[in-house]
Design a protein. Sequence first.
Length: 44
Amino acid sequence: MKMTYQPKKRRAKRKHGFRARMRTKGGQRIIKARRTKGRTRLSK
């Protein structure tokens, strides 16, 4: 049996990347919250 998580860089970028976040209102809120908190990495 193989592990359940098979990481794929392209999929991760498409789902959780910066451009994907900025596309929606909720995603923009996430980026804003992470900026306010002072996160070094805003998204994938």
